[in-house]
Design a protein around this ligand. Structure first.
Ligand code: LLP
Length: 428
Protein backbone atom coordinates (compact mmCIF):
# COMPACT_ATOMS: atom_id res chain seq x y z
CA UNK A 1 0.00 0.00 0.00
CA UNK A 2 1.48 3.34 -0.97
CA UNK A 3 0.80 6.79 0.48
CA UNK A 4 0.41 8.74 -2.71
CA UNK A 5 2.79 11.69 -2.80
CA UNK A 6 6.48 10.88 -2.38
CA UNK A 7 7.73 11.33 1.16
CA UNK A 8 10.72 13.60 1.78
CA UNK A 9 13.44 11.10 2.56
CA UNK A 10 12.30 8.59 -0.08
CA UNK A 11 13.45 6.02 -1.08
CA UNK A 12 14.87 5.40 2.40
CA UNK A 13 11.65 6.54 4.05
CA UNK A 14 8.64 4.64 2.74
CA UNK A 15 5.23 3.41 3.83
CA UNK A 16 4.65 -0.33 3.59
CA UNK A 17 1.34 -1.94 4.56
CA UNK A 18 0.40 1.27 6.31
CA UNK A 19 3.61 1.40 8.34
CA UNK A 20 6.20 4.12 7.99
CA UNK A 21 9.67 2.60 7.66
CA UNK A 22 13.15 4.08 7.53
CA UNK A 23 15.64 1.88 5.72
CA UNK A 24 13.13 -0.93 6.23
CA UNK A 25 12.77 -0.43 10.00
CA UNK A 26 9.29 0.18 11.38
CA UNK A 27 9.34 3.51 13.22
CA UNK A 28 6.60 2.27 15.57
CA UNK A 29 8.74 -0.70 16.52
CA UNK A 30 11.80 1.45 17.11
CA UNK A 31 9.71 3.76 19.31
CA UNK A 32 8.49 0.77 21.35
CA UNK A 33 12.06 -0.39 21.78
CA UNK A 34 13.79 2.94 22.48
CA UNK A 35 10.96 5.19 23.73
CA UNK A 36 9.89 8.63 22.50
CA UNK A 37 10.73 11.33 21.59
CA UNK A 38 13.22 9.55 19.37
CA UNK A 39 15.38 10.73 16.50
CA UNK A 40 15.97 7.99 13.93
CA UNK A 41 18.53 8.36 11.13
CA UNK A 42 19.32 6.21 8.12
CA UNK A 43 23.01 5.65 7.52
CA UNK A 44 22.36 4.68 3.91
CA UNK A 45 20.44 7.93 3.32
CA UNK A 46 23.35 9.97 4.65
CA UNK A 47 25.88 8.11 2.53
CA UNK A 48 23.70 8.43 -0.54
CA UNK A 49 23.45 12.20 -0.05
CA UNK A 50 27.23 12.44 0.30
CA UNK A 51 27.76 10.26 -2.76
CA UNK A 52 25.82 12.73 -4.92
CA UNK A 53 28.38 15.43 -4.10
CA UNK A 54 31.33 13.10 -4.47
CA UNK A 55 30.13 11.77 -7.83
CA UNK A 56 29.87 15.24 -9.25
CA UNK A 57 33.31 16.24 -7.93
CA UNK A 58 35.11 13.07 -9.04
CA UNK A 59 38.26 13.74 -11.04
CA UNK A 60 38.65 17.25 -9.59
CA UNK A 61 40.75 18.29 -6.65
CA UNK A 62 38.08 18.69 -3.99
CA UNK A 63 37.06 18.27 -0.38
CA UNK A 64 33.53 17.97 0.95
CA UNK A 65 33.54 19.35 4.49
CA UNK A 66 30.36 18.29 6.29
CA UNK A 67 29.02 21.29 8.24
CA UNK A 68 28.59 19.27 11.39
CA UNK A 69 26.49 21.87 13.19
CA UNK A 70 23.57 20.29 11.33
CA UNK A 71 23.92 17.03 13.25
CA UNK A 72 27.00 16.44 15.35
CA UNK A 73 26.31 12.98 16.78
CA UNK A 74 29.58 11.03 16.87
CA UNK A 75 28.14 8.14 14.86
CA UNK A 76 27.08 10.57 12.13
CA UNK A 77 30.58 12.06 12.03
CA UNK A 78 32.10 8.58 12.04
CA UNK A 79 29.90 7.64 9.07
CA UNK A 80 31.05 10.63 7.05
CA UNK A 81 34.70 10.40 8.10
CA UNK A 82 34.83 6.77 6.96
CA UNK A 83 33.42 7.84 3.59
CA UNK A 84 36.29 10.27 3.04
CA UNK A 85 34.45 13.40 4.06
CA UNK A 86 36.09 16.32 5.82
CA UNK A 87 34.39 18.63 8.31
CA UNK A 88 33.44 22.27 8.71
CA UNK A 89 33.57 23.21 12.38
CA UNK A 90 32.66 26.38 14.26
CA UNK A 91 33.96 25.72 17.77
CA UNK A 92 36.56 23.84 19.77
CA UNK A 93 33.69 21.65 20.93
CA UNK A 94 32.98 20.59 17.37
CA UNK A 95 36.70 19.93 16.84
CA UNK A 96 36.71 17.64 19.88
CA UNK A 97 33.77 15.73 18.40
CA UNK A 98 35.53 15.31 15.04
CA UNK A 99 38.58 13.87 16.79
CA UNK A 100 36.48 11.64 19.08
CA UNK A 101 34.69 10.25 16.03
CA UNK A 102 37.92 9.39 14.22
CA UNK A 103 37.76 12.35 11.82
CA UNK A 104 40.88 13.90 10.35
CA UNK A 105 41.89 17.40 11.49
CA UNK A 106 43.83 17.80 8.25
CA UNK A 107 40.49 17.56 6.42
CA UNK A 108 38.75 20.01 8.75
CA UNK A 109 38.15 23.72 8.19
CA UNK A 110 37.39 26.09 11.05
CA UNK A 111 34.64 28.62 10.27
CA UNK A 112 32.77 31.10 12.43
CA UNK A 113 32.63 34.80 13.14
CA UNK A 114 33.78 34.67 16.77
CA UNK A 115 36.66 32.24 17.29
CA UNK A 116 38.38 32.58 20.67
CA UNK A 117 42.16 32.41 21.12
CA UNK A 118 41.96 29.10 22.98
CA UNK A 119 39.87 27.66 20.16
CA UNK A 120 42.41 28.83 17.57
CA UNK A 121 45.18 27.27 19.65
CA UNK A 122 43.33 23.95 19.93
CA UNK A 123 42.74 23.92 16.17
CA UNK A 124 46.41 24.69 15.42
CA UNK A 125 47.54 21.98 17.84
CA UNK A 126 45.23 19.47 16.17
CA UNK A 127 46.53 20.53 12.74
CA UNK A 128 43.35 21.69 11.04
CA UNK A 129 43.47 22.22 7.31
CA UNK A 130 42.61 25.88 7.57
CA UNK A 131 40.73 28.78 9.09
CA UNK A 132 37.93 30.63 7.35
CA UNK A 133 38.61 34.09 8.72
CA UNK A 134 35.81 36.63 8.92
CA UNK A 135 37.44 39.94 9.93
CA UNK A 136 40.68 41.91 10.14
CA UNK A 137 40.57 41.68 13.91
CA UNK A 138 40.38 37.90 13.75
CA UNK A 139 43.24 37.82 11.25
CA UNK A 140 45.51 39.73 13.63
CA UNK A 141 44.60 37.56 16.60
CA UNK A 142 45.15 34.36 14.61
CA UNK A 143 48.55 35.65 13.50
CA UNK A 144 49.53 36.21 17.14
CA UNK A 145 48.26 32.81 18.29
CA UNK A 146 50.01 31.02 15.42
CA UNK A 147 53.32 32.78 16.07
CA UNK A 148 53.08 31.91 19.77
CA UNK A 149 52.76 28.27 18.67
CA UNK A 150 55.62 28.55 16.20
CA UNK A 151 53.42 27.72 13.21
CA UNK A 152 51.85 29.48 10.25
CA UNK A 153 48.09 29.24 10.18
CA UNK A 154 46.56 28.49 6.75
CA UNK A 155 43.83 31.05 6.10
CA UNK A 156 40.99 31.69 3.70
CA UNK A 157 38.97 34.84 3.89
CA UNK A 158 35.27 34.37 4.14
CA UNK A 159 34.07 37.01 1.74
CA UNK A 160 30.60 38.40 1.92
CA UNK A 161 29.59 38.51 -1.75
CA UNK A 162 26.45 40.57 -1.09
CA UNK A 163 24.06 38.28 -2.95
CA UNK A 164 20.53 37.41 -1.87
CA UNK A 165 20.19 33.70 -1.27
CA UNK A 166 16.41 34.10 -1.31
CA UNK A 167 15.88 32.28 1.97
CA UNK A 168 14.59 32.99 5.48
CA UNK A 169 16.23 36.14 6.96
CA UNK A 170 17.54 34.21 9.98
CA UNK A 171 19.45 31.79 7.76
CA UNK A 172 20.54 34.20 5.04
CA UNK A 173 24.17 35.17 5.51
CA UNK A 174 25.58 36.63 2.29
CA UNK A 175 24.07 40.12 2.39
CA UNK A 176 25.91 43.30 3.36
CA UNK A 177 23.54 43.64 6.29
CA UNK A 178 24.60 40.26 7.77
CA UNK A 179 27.31 39.94 10.41
CA UNK A 180 29.24 37.40 8.36
CA UNK A 181 32.38 37.66 6.29
CA UNK A 182 34.68 40.38 5.01
CA UNK A 183 32.95 42.93 2.78
CA UNK A 184 33.67 42.27 -0.88
CA UNK A 185 35.12 45.73 -1.46
CA UNK A 186 37.47 45.40 1.56
CA UNK A 187 38.66 41.90 0.69
CA UNK A 188 41.69 42.80 -1.45
CA UNK A 189 43.08 45.03 1.29
CA UNK A 190 42.45 42.33 3.89
CA UNK A 191 44.25 39.75 1.72
CA UNK A 192 47.21 42.15 1.51
CA UNK A 193 47.20 42.37 5.28
CA UNK A 194 47.00 38.57 5.62
CA UNK A 195 49.92 38.09 3.23
CA UNK A 196 52.01 40.51 5.29
CA UNK A 197 51.49 38.75 8.63
CA UNK A 198 54.26 36.23 9.40
CA UNK A 199 52.02 33.85 11.36
CA UNK A 200 49.67 33.32 8.43
CA UNK A 201 49.77 31.54 5.09
CA UNK A 202 47.10 32.54 2.58
CA UNK A 203 45.47 29.39 1.24
CA UNK A 204 42.15 30.18 -0.37
CA UNK A 205 38.88 32.02 -0.47
CA UNK A 206 35.54 31.16 1.06
CA UNK A 207 31.91 32.19 1.13
CA UNK A 208 28.66 30.88 2.53
CA UNK A 209 25.57 32.76 1.47
CA UNK A 210 22.85 31.13 3.52
CA UNK A 211 20.91 27.98 4.15
CA UNK A 212 17.92 26.15 2.63
CA UNK A 213 18.74 27.67 -0.77
CA UNK A 214 16.56 26.23 -3.50
CA UNK A 215 18.02 27.89 -6.61
CA UNK A 216 21.35 27.55 -8.43
CA UNK A 217 21.54 31.22 -9.43
CA UNK A 218 22.57 32.71 -6.05
CA UNK A 219 25.48 30.26 -5.97
CA UNK A 220 26.58 31.24 -9.47
CA UNK A 221 26.31 34.93 -8.59
CA UNK A 222 28.39 34.38 -5.45
CA UNK A 223 30.94 32.31 -7.37
CA UNK A 224 31.30 35.05 -9.99
CA UNK A 225 31.86 37.64 -7.28
CA UNK A 226 34.45 35.36 -5.67
CA UNK A 227 36.26 34.76 -8.97
CA UNK A 228 36.44 38.50 -9.63
CA UNK A 229 38.25 38.77 -6.32
CA UNK A 230 40.50 35.77 -6.94
CA UNK A 231 41.65 37.43 -10.15
CA UNK A 232 42.32 40.74 -8.40
CA UNK A 233 44.12 39.09 -5.47
CA UNK A 234 46.31 36.96 -7.72
CA UNK A 235 47.11 39.95 -9.93
CA UNK A 236 48.48 41.41 -6.72
CA UNK A 237 50.88 38.47 -6.33
CA UNK A 238 48.96 36.51 -3.66
CA UNK A 239 48.20 32.91 -4.67
CA UNK A 240 44.86 31.31 -3.76
CA UNK A 241 44.75 27.54 -3.99
CA UNK A 242 41.20 26.66 -3.18
CA UNK A 243 37.70 28.07 -3.55
CA UNK A 244 35.23 27.16 -0.83
CA UNK A 245 31.66 27.75 -1.96
CA UNK A 246 30.18 27.02 1.48
CA UNK A 247 27.04 25.01 2.17
CA UNK A 248 23.41 25.96 2.05
CA UNK A 249 21.77 23.64 -0.47
CA UNK A 250 18.12 23.21 0.52
CA UNK A 251 16.09 20.05 0.90
CA UNK A 252 12.45 19.21 0.28
CA UNK A 253 10.39 19.70 3.42
CA UNK A 254 7.11 20.08 1.57
CA UNK A 255 6.93 21.40 -1.99
CA UNK A 256 10.40 22.91 -2.43
CA UNK A 257 12.34 21.58 -5.39
CA UNK A 258 15.99 22.43 -4.80
CA UNK A 259 18.52 21.32 -7.39
CA UNK A 260 20.05 17.91 -6.75
CA UNK A 261 23.55 18.17 -5.27
CA UNK A 262 25.18 16.79 -8.40
CA UNK A 263 23.31 19.28 -10.59
CA UNK A 264 24.41 22.19 -8.40
CA UNK A 265 28.02 21.00 -8.39
CA UNK A 266 28.05 20.46 -12.16
CA UNK A 267 26.80 24.02 -12.68
CA UNK A 268 29.47 25.39 -10.33
CA UNK A 269 32.24 23.43 -12.03
CA UNK A 270 31.03 24.56 -15.46
CA UNK A 271 31.22 28.18 -14.31
CA UNK A 272 34.72 27.64 -12.91
CA UNK A 273 35.81 26.10 -16.22
CA UNK A 274 34.20 28.85 -18.27
CA UNK A 275 36.16 31.44 -16.36
CA UNK A 276 39.46 29.56 -16.57
CA UNK A 277 39.55 28.39 -12.94
CA UNK A 278 38.93 24.70 -13.55
CA UNK A 279 42.27 23.68 -12.00
CA UNK A 280 41.45 24.99 -8.54
CA UNK A 281 40.61 22.81 -5.60
CA UNK A 282 36.91 23.12 -4.72
CA UNK A 283 35.66 22.91 -1.16
CA UNK A 284 32.01 22.62 -0.17
CA UNK A 285 30.44 22.79 3.29
CA UNK A 286 27.06 21.07 3.04
CA UNK A 287 25.16 20.41 6.24
CA UNK A 288 21.40 20.09 5.86
CA UNK A 289 21.53 18.45 2.42
CA UNK A 290 23.63 15.56 3.80
CA UNK A 291 21.48 14.72 6.82
CA UNK A 292 18.14 16.56 6.76
CA UNK A 293 16.07 13.99 4.94
CA UNK A 294 18.00 11.08 6.46
CA UNK A 295 16.21 11.50 9.79
CA UNK A 296 12.83 11.75 11.49
CA UNK A 297 11.64 12.58 14.98
CA UNK A 298 9.18 10.05 16.36
CA UNK A 299 6.76 11.27 19.00
CA UNK A 300 3.76 9.81 20.81
CA UNK A 301 0.32 11.41 20.88
CA UNK A 302 -0.55 12.13 24.52
CA UNK A 303 -3.92 13.88 24.27
CA UNK A 304 -6.38 15.17 21.74
CA UNK A 305 -7.93 18.49 22.69
CA UNK A 306 -10.61 19.46 20.18
CA UNK A 307 -11.45 23.16 20.55
CA UNK A 308 -13.84 25.78 19.27
CA UNK A 309 -11.24 27.44 17.08
CA UNK A 310 -8.35 24.98 16.96
CA UNK A 311 -7.99 21.29 17.60
CA UNK A 312 -4.81 20.47 19.47
CA UNK A 313 -2.93 17.20 19.18
CA UNK A 314 -0.59 17.19 22.18
CA UNK A 315 2.50 15.05 21.62
CA UNK A 316 5.50 14.20 23.80
CA UNK A 317 8.06 16.03 21.61
CA UNK A 318 8.32 19.79 21.92
CA UNK A 319 10.13 22.91 20.78
CA UNK A 320 13.06 21.91 22.98
CA UNK A 321 13.48 18.75 20.88
CA UNK A 322 12.84 20.36 17.51
CA UNK A 323 12.97 24.12 17.51
CA UNK A 324 12.75 24.86 13.77
CA UNK A 325 8.96 25.38 13.61
CA UNK A 326 8.97 27.72 16.64
CA UNK A 327 12.11 29.57 15.61
CA UNK A 328 11.69 29.94 11.84
CA UNK A 329 8.01 29.21 11.37
CA UNK A 330 9.39 26.21 9.48
CA UNK A 331 7.12 23.65 7.89
CA UNK A 332 8.09 20.06 8.57
CA UNK A 333 6.02 17.13 7.34
CA UNK A 334 4.15 15.08 9.95
CA UNK A 335 2.98 11.54 9.25
CA UNK A 336 1.38 8.87 11.41
CA UNK A 337 3.84 6.02 11.99
CA UNK A 338 1.00 3.58 11.36
CA UNK A 339 -2.05 4.54 9.33
CA UNK A 340 -5.35 4.11 11.22
CA UNK A 341 -8.01 3.29 8.64
CA UNK A 342 -10.79 3.34 11.27
CA UNK A 343 -10.03 6.83 12.59
CA UNK A 344 -11.48 9.85 10.80
CA UNK A 345 -8.96 12.49 9.77
CA UNK A 346 -9.36 15.88 11.42
CA UNK A 347 -7.40 19.09 11.25
CA UNK A 348 -4.94 19.42 14.15
CA UNK A 349 -2.27 21.75 15.46
CA UNK A 350 0.45 19.38 16.64
CA UNK A 351 1.88 20.88 19.83
CA UNK A 352 4.27 19.85 22.58
CA UNK A 353 4.11 19.95 26.39
CA UNK A 354 6.29 23.07 26.78
CA UNK A 355 4.61 26.05 28.41
CA UNK A 356 4.74 28.42 25.43
CA UNK A 357 2.18 29.09 22.72
CA UNK A 358 5.09 29.00 20.27
CA UNK A 359 5.59 25.34 21.13
CA UNK A 360 4.24 23.73 18.00
CA UNK A 361 5.59 21.23 15.50
CA UNK A 362 2.95 21.59 12.82
CA UNK A 363 -0.19 23.64 12.28
CA UNK A 364 -3.46 22.79 10.57
CA UNK A 365 -2.48 19.25 9.67
CA UNK A 366 -5.04 16.70 8.52
CA UNK A 367 -4.28 13.61 10.54
CA UNK A 368 -6.18 10.50 11.59
CA UNK A 369 -4.82 10.06 15.11
CA UNK A 370 -5.73 8.75 18.53
CA UNK A 371 -3.91 9.02 21.89
CA UNK A 372 -1.09 6.47 22.03
CA UNK A 373 -0.44 6.66 18.29
CA UNK A 374 2.94 7.81 17.14
CA UNK A 375 3.74 10.51 14.64
CA UNK A 376 6.93 11.06 12.68
CA UNK A 377 8.14 14.59 12.06
CA UNK A 378 9.95 14.32 8.74
CA UNK A 379 13.20 15.89 7.52
CA UNK A 380 14.41 16.17 11.12
CA UNK A 381 17.95 14.88 10.57
CA UNK A 382 19.37 18.41 10.29
CA UNK A 383 19.18 21.11 12.97
CA UNK A 384 16.93 18.90 15.08
CA UNK A 385 18.91 17.28 17.88
CA UNK A 386 21.76 19.70 17.22
CA UNK A 387 19.57 22.59 18.38
CA UNK A 388 17.75 20.75 21.16
CA UNK A 389 17.70 22.24 24.63
CA UNK A 390 16.61 21.28 28.12
CA UNK A 391 13.95 23.97 28.44
CA UNK A 392 11.30 22.98 30.98
CA UNK A 393 13.89 20.52 32.39
CA UNK A 394 13.13 18.10 29.62
CA UNK A 395 15.83 15.49 29.04
CA UNK A 396 16.95 15.47 25.43
CA UNK A 397 15.73 12.68 23.17
CA UNK A 398 17.55 9.47 22.30
CA UNK A 399 19.03 8.95 18.84
CA UNK A 400 19.09 5.76 16.81
CA UNK A 401 20.92 5.04 13.56
CA UNK A 402 19.52 2.30 11.38
CA UNK A 403 22.02 0.58 9.14
CA UNK A 404 20.80 -2.33 7.04
CA UNK A 405 19.29 -4.87 9.43
CA UNK A 406 20.70 -3.21 12.54
CA UNK A 407 19.34 -0.38 14.67
CA UNK A 408 22.00 1.17 16.88
CA UNK A 409 21.35 3.42 19.84
CA UNK A 410 23.81 6.24 19.10
CA UNK A 411 22.83 8.50 21.97
CA UNK A 412 21.13 7.52 25.18
CA UNK A 413 18.11 9.42 26.33
CA UNK A 414 19.25 12.04 28.83
CA UNK A 415 18.33 11.45 32.46
CA UNK A 416 16.80 14.16 34.62
CA UNK A 417 19.61 13.82 37.16
CA UNK A 418 22.14 14.60 34.37
CA UNK A 419 20.43 17.90 33.79
CA UNK A 420 21.31 19.41 37.15
CA UNK A 421 24.40 17.35 37.94
CA UNK A 422 26.62 20.42 37.51
CA UNK A 423 24.48 22.71 39.66
CA UNK A 424 25.25 23.52 43.30
CA UNK A 425 23.05 24.45 46.24
CA UNK A 426 24.14 27.52 48.17
CA UNK A 427 25.97 26.90 51.45
CA UNK A 428 23.42 26.79 54.29
N1 LLP B 1 29.06 26.68 6.33
C1 LLP B 1 28.84 27.68 7.19
C2 LLP B 1 29.89 28.67 7.42
C3 LLP B 1 27.60 27.76 7.86
O1 LLP B 1 27.37 28.76 8.71
C4 LLP B 1 26.59 26.79 7.60
C5 LLP B 1 25.30 26.84 8.29
C6 LLP B 1 26.89 25.75 6.70
C7 LLP B 1 28.13 25.74 6.06
C8 LLP B 1 25.92 24.67 6.39
O2 LLP B 1 24.75 25.14 5.81
P1 LLP B 1 23.65 24.10 5.31
O3 LLP B 1 24.26 23.31 4.20
O4 LLP B 1 23.28 23.24 6.46
O5 LLP B 1 22.53 24.96 4.86
N2 LLP B 1 19.38 26.25 12.04
C9 LLP B 1 18.99 26.67 10.72
C10 LLP B 1 20.15 26.62 9.74
C11 LLP B 1 21.35 27.41 10.19
C12 LLP B 1 22.53 27.30 9.25
C13 LLP B 1 23.76 27.88 9.87
N3 LLP B 1 24.94 27.79 9.05
C14 LLP B 1 17.80 25.83 10.27
O6 LLP B 1 17.39 24.94 11.00
O7 LLP B 1 17.25 26.07 9.18
Amino acid sequence: MSTGPTLPGAPFLARLQGELRLEGHSLDELARRFGTPLFVYSRAAMLSALAAYQRALAGRPHLVCYAMKANSNLAVLQTFAAAGCGFDIVSAGELARVLAAGGDAARTVFSGVGKRRDEMAAALAAGVRGFNVESEGELRVLDEVARAHGVRAPVSLRVNPDVDAGTHPYISTGLKSNKFGVAHDRALAVYQLAASLPGLRVAGIDCHIGSQITQVEPYLDALDRLLDLVEAVEADGITLHHIDVGGGLGITYTDESPPAADVLVARLLARLDARGHGHREVLLEPGRSLVGNAGVLVTEVLYLKPGEVTNFCVVDAAMNDLTRPALYDAYMGIEPCTQQPDVKAQRWDVVGPVCESGDWLGRQRDLAVAPGDRLAVLSAGAYGMAMASNYNTRPRAAEVMVDGDAAHLIREREKVADLFAGERLLPR
